[in-house]
Design a protein around this ligand. Sequence first.
Ligand code: C5P
Length: 328
Amino acid sequence: MKQAARLASSFFVFYAKQMFAETETFTLPSFAKINLHLRILGKRDDGFHELCTIFQTVSLKDDLTFQPNRKLILTCGDENIPTDGKNLIVRAAEKLREKYKLETGAAIHLEKRIPSPGGLGGGSSNAAVALVGLARLWKFEFNFSELVKIGKQLGADVPFFLRGGTALGTGRGDEISPLDDWAEKGKHLLIVTPNVSVATPAAFARLNAARLTNNSPKSILQICRGAAQTLDLELSNAANDFENTVFQIEPEIGRVKEKLLSCGATRAMLSGSGASVFALFGDKESLNNAAVQLKKERSWRVYKVETISGREYRAALNLGDDFDVRKL
Ligand code: C5P
């Protein structure tokens, strides 16, 4: 029965016209993610890597403001962020226009706060929110699974940001299955991003992962589901396979992890391929004390965040809980 419901909802057709009535300027939040767990299972024939990861949305966010406009324009106050076709927001808009044969434009403004690059999925989050926001602005009917398909073409993390909360990512990280919220209430964390960056393709290449041979997708999913079941609030069984490689490429990131632990974190772990490291603390006071210590490192950015549940995520994006498709 549960399976049938899952299947039915995965074919759920979402009518933007009914759900999104606004025509004026509106702003949507674009939340960051951390990876509570990230295992790289091997290299695939298409050159990508088979992943088993657990995503979690957190309160650190950018804002995207959408306005009707004849042309497609992206603006951003941060001059390090490209506003041309290199930006995933523009690519998302172009893909939508191409797919649905639209000629309308939009003026989109990006208020950037998520460090980029930083292993926090900022660009992918922006792309997913652009898809949702433009569907609303342009008021067209779209099929949710089509949106996921477009998301996958934009980047492996994009489909996750069409759902948010806690979720399992397999395949390239783009096959998403929802999980129960890792933390029942917002769990407080610190994220620290040093002023160095790691190119994701270079990090994957340095891993030198073995070719996948006999692990069928079904058994991989089983392995990943097993890992998700053992995930506890302290992340005692969690790991990020990028850590050794990334700490070798940029020792400063390893120093962030050590410093977080020496400042009282009960657990500290790299997010994605870095450079951000997130940390858990026993209580709010020790988290606040650590933040004060860490801010003394002038080149490090320190963020106090809390987890965002799937329900909160979808409410913030006005998606309604219908968007809680069981398997995208
Ligand atoms: O999809 P995304 O833009 O995040 O991927 C960036 C790069 O990371 C890819 O072009 C690929 O080189 C590498 N990658 C990979 N295996 C994955 C995801 C990404 O090798 N599962």
